[in-house]
Design a protein around this ligand. Structure first.
Ligand code: NAP
Length: 568
């Protein structure tokens, strides 16, 4: 029986490199890689060896006959990919691990950040060189978006953190947490102690709607909402209030889907995860019954991935409906018709591995919707398309959101129609994407919200010349899109650029070494956190979790994290 890849696929292609028959696609050498929601196993070519399941960092690969419940759909999804993308499974060009000429000596490399892109970068450097690494994070705990972004009910995705934990404890790596580059140490100081500095700082800010009332209490960016349920110590425990019956989430990406799912999932199910204690308590008290997912464009333009949306459709006890609108109805019918014409599946079957996004909505009830009325009984998600937020209002906090009906022009651009209506709501979450913040001392591209770079080398935008020894990786390099696994190929590109520069002797020689750097950090941040303290935090969280049958109970404030670290 063949294996199949399921919903939690992280796309990092660890499985591809261990498959002895090259039956997992798209591979990193194929043009679709990075554009598909997930990777797929060809059941005709799979020899059932299970190597992919062993290599998968997120436990997403199973024999087809062991798939149960909602996961059974993934047998078809894997098979269907190859119906649409026939492959001869011929091997691409071999690639070999990079190594540096021995006479270069040991490179000292600083990595700023400890999230997924930093983890893959450190892994790549430790595997392919004898470099010594310094890792720095402004928070007193590692993980970045793996800890504070991935939803708590996606525990298998968080398992990637375990493979990074072994990287972070490598004897060639030193850790300085609770230290902010730009505030506690400068880029110049990092550069003076290392041959190269790689910035893996993500995209920490949220995008703005730019509409009146956006600052009212009850209007939150997704970064705050997600940080709140994930125990991000920069987000207060009382940042979210769930006293309203209707919540509007603006945006149609995977983060919006995560937020809708967490808001309406039975808290007893979340209680088995590492969700923040304060969030679990608030969700138990929550009055929220209806979540409106608001999209300014149509269903075909939705940014969520198929697997995430299918999981939303299968949320126990939650009805998913679509606001009825002629353009939306037409888009769903057209997509379903196109899918039926193209292949084997009936029009109402939305399980195809590829094809129009709008076909995913086939079979969902199309209902008239009045956002000014009380939400009906039961828990439901309302998909409202062609609706752009134009203003929030309320007496001291959000009470209503005004939306303007849009129409699609040229098949993809939203054009305002001038027709508005009002949704009564006490909480509006804008989930419209992240934005990078400038790193002091580095050139920043305001247009893309990323560090200015070419292939991972930081460049001066005025001259196009690289800043010797400065590199960037992850969302700070590519912008805020792509899941966790996309960072693996991105890290490889940046590390390759660095190794090319090292081989060409283009890296500046640092004036002093890591002992001096450790002293500098301690003088600036006596409360900096190292690996021993990090281990103590991890142990404390796991012990608390064990007592409650949870993977861990996260410490949610900086003082708690520092105190747990000191108790080592
Ligand atoms: P995203 O995928 O870029 O989606 C942003 C959404 O916001 C789009 O629907 C966009 O609509 C909408 N939007 C932008 N500006 C708007 C405005 N002014 N008014 C109304 N709507 C607006 O961003 P994201 O959801 O934050 O996700 C970021 C990345 O993380 C994505 O690659 C995502 O797949 C990944 N991620 C993955 C997972 C997972 O795999 N489980 C979970 C979370 C995040 P338009 O298209 O009309 O601009």
């Amino acid at each position: 029986m063949a294996y199949a890849i399921t919903q939690t696929c992280c796309n990092d292609a660890s499985c591809v490199s261990v498959c002895p028959v090259n039956c997992i696609h798209p591979t990193p050498d194929e043009p679709e890689f990075g554009t598909t929601d997930m990777l797929y196993i060809d059941p005709q070519a799979c020899i059932d060896c299970g190597a992919c399941a062993d290599a998968c960092p997120v436990d997403a690969v199973f024999p087809v006959d062991r798939l149960r419940g909602p996961d059974t759909v993934f047998g078809d999804l894997n098979r269907d990919w190859f119906r649409d993308h026939p492959s001869d499974h011929a091997w691409g060009r071999p690639s070999f691990p990079r190594s540096l000429p021995g006479e270069l000596g040991v490179l000292r490399i600083a990595v700023v950040g400890t999230g997924p892109s930093a983890g893959y970068t450190a892994q790549e450097l430790l595997r392919s060189t004898s470099a010594e690494l310094t890792m720095i994070d402004r928070l007193p705990v590692t993980g970045g978006l793996l800890r504070h972004g991935v939803a708590p009910d996606h525990q298998s995705t968080k398992r990637i953190a375990e493979s990074f934990a072994s990287v972070f404890h490598d004897p060639r790596l030193r850790m300085h947490l609770n230290v902010e580059v730009g505030a506690d140490v400068t880029h110049e100081e990092l550069a003076a102690h290392h041959h190269a500095v790689i910035y893996a700082v993500g995209a920490a800010a949220d995008r703005r709607l730019g509409v009146p009332g956006e600052e009212l209490p009850g209007s939150l960016p997704a970064t705050a909402f997600v940080g709140w349920y994930n125990a991000d110590p920069t987000v207060p425990a009382d940042a979210v209030e769930l006293s309203a019956e209707r919540v509007v989430v603006v945006g149609n990406g995977n983060v919006a889907v995560d937020i809708a799912r967490i808001l309406l999932t039975d808290p007893d199910r979340l209680a088995a995860t590492d969700i923040a204690d304060h969030a679990l308590a608030a969700l138990r008290r929550s009055r929220v019954r209806e979540v409106v997912l608001l999209a300014r464009r149509g269903p075909e333009q939705a940014a969520w991935t198929r697997a995430e949306f299918l999981a939303l459709r299968q949320l126990p006890g939650v009805e998913v409906v679509v606001e009825d609108h002629p353009e939306v109805r037409a888009a769903i019918e057209a997509a379903s018709g196109a899918q039926a014409a193209a292949g084997a599946r009936p029009a109402a079957d939305s399980r195809s591995a590829s094809g129009p996004q709008a076909a995913l909505l086939a079979g969902l009830p199309l209902v008239p919707y009045d956002g000014a009325a009380e939400p009906g009984p039961g828990r439901r998600i309302v998909l409202r398309f062609l609706s752009a937020p134009v203003g929030l209002a309320g007496d001291g906090r959000v009470e209503e959101l005004t939306v303007e009906r849009t129409t699609l022009v040229d098949g993809e651009r939203a054009e305002a129609t001038g027709r508005t209506d009002v949704l009564r709501t006490g909480l509006v979450v804008r989930s419209i994407g992240h934005r990078g913040v400038p790193v002091p001392g580095l050139p920043f591209d305001e247009r893309t919200g990323t560090v200015a770079h070419r292939g991972g080398r930081v460049v001066d935008p005025a001259t196009g010349r690289p800043l010797p020894g400065a590199y960037v990786v992850g969302w700070a390099k590519r912008g805020p899109s792509g899941g966790i696994g996309a960072n693996r190929a991105c890290a490889r590109e940046t590390v390759d650029a660095l190794l090319d520069d090292a081989t060409a002797r283009a890296l500046p020689e640092p004036g002093s070494g890591h002992k001096e750097f450790d002293r500098l950090v301690r003088s600036r941040r006596p409360d900096a956190v190292g690996l021993k303290e990090l281990r103590a935090v991890d142990r404390a969280e796991r012990e608390r979790g064990e007592a409650e049958g949870r993977p861990r109970v996260k410490l949610a404030t900086v003082p708690e994290l520092l105190a747990a670290g000191r108790r080592r």
